[in-house]
Design a protein around this ligand. Sequence first.
Ligand SMILES: CC(C)(COP(=O)(O)OP(=O)(O)OC[C@H]1O[C@@H](n2cnc3c(N)ncnc32)[C@H](O)[C@@H]1OP(=O)(O)O)[C@@H](O)C(=O)NCCC(=O)NCCSC(=O)CCC(=O)O
Ligand SMILES: CC(=O)CC(=O)O
Length: 233
Amino acid sequence: MIDKRVKNAKEAIEGIQDGMTLMLGGFGLCGIPENSINALVESDVKDLTCISNNAGVDDFGLGLLLHKRQIKKMISSYVGENAEFERQMLSGELEVELTPQGTLAEKCRAAQAGIPAFYTPAGYGTEIAEGKEVKDFKGKPHILEHAYEADFSIVKAWKGDHAGNLIFKGSARNFNHPMAGAAKITIAEVEELVEPGELDPNQIHIPGIMIQRIFQGEKFEKRIEQRTVRKKD
Ligand SMILES: CC(C)(COP(=O)(O)OP(=O)(O)OC[C@H]1O[C@@H](n2cnc3c(N)ncnc32)[C@H](O)[C@@H]1OP(=O)(O)O)[C@@H](O)C(=O)NCCC(=O)NCCSC(=O)CCC(=O)O
Ligand SMILES: CC(=O)CC(=O)O
């Protein structure tokens, strides 16, 4: 029986080295692979390029890696509400590649599906289109976008089994779905790791073939939406 289990987050991130490119799931503060991020913070790995919709907030998610200056470049769509991110971007310490949200999702999905590139109208006529091939479809200009190439993808799911089959919960599915299997190695951290056969096959969102390593996270903060959290501060 296939068994992709690793003991913990530390073991899951083995092989992530300075200068590598990572994909990390999540949207806002929901569905963040937080145990793996904490392990990366402890590992001191640096010069990372991170592909992620958000860059976390100052005390959660990728914000923790930014604080320790472990990220060289962020490829993201929505990067607000993170003071340290803003400081590093404005001072030139951090490279930032802003990407329309649908394009970001499709660049992940294309990598997952083995599609090297695709045309999209999003971003045509803006800075996003600079240097990119343009082609008309039905009289409308589109730009050529390439699939991402990443060393590791790190996703968070609700439930998973030893073979790597995953089920997401609610909107925590978000970017975790197109990122699973979109890099050379995909790590899945799950809230609950179960025996093969326990998950209903009809409910599985990502088949185990997309996943190389799986572990049950030790702790998941109830962080759903940063604005809600902020209001309470
Ligand atoms: C994240 C999960 C999967 C978590 O599920 P769980 O079963 O663990 O928890 P839950 O019982 O559903 O939720 C825990 C508590 O948080 C509350 N809660 C859930 N989602 C919330 C949200 N988006 N904003 C504020 N509160 C929220 C629930 O009412 C509940 O409150 P009580 O404990 O008091 O009952 C789900 O709640 C979910 O999908 N929520 C939507 C999250 C999301 O997509 N947010 C958008 C982020 S991006 C964004 O906001 C951009 C929007 C914009 O820019 O306009
Ligand atoms: C708007 C987004 O992309 C996500 C968020 O609200 O953080």
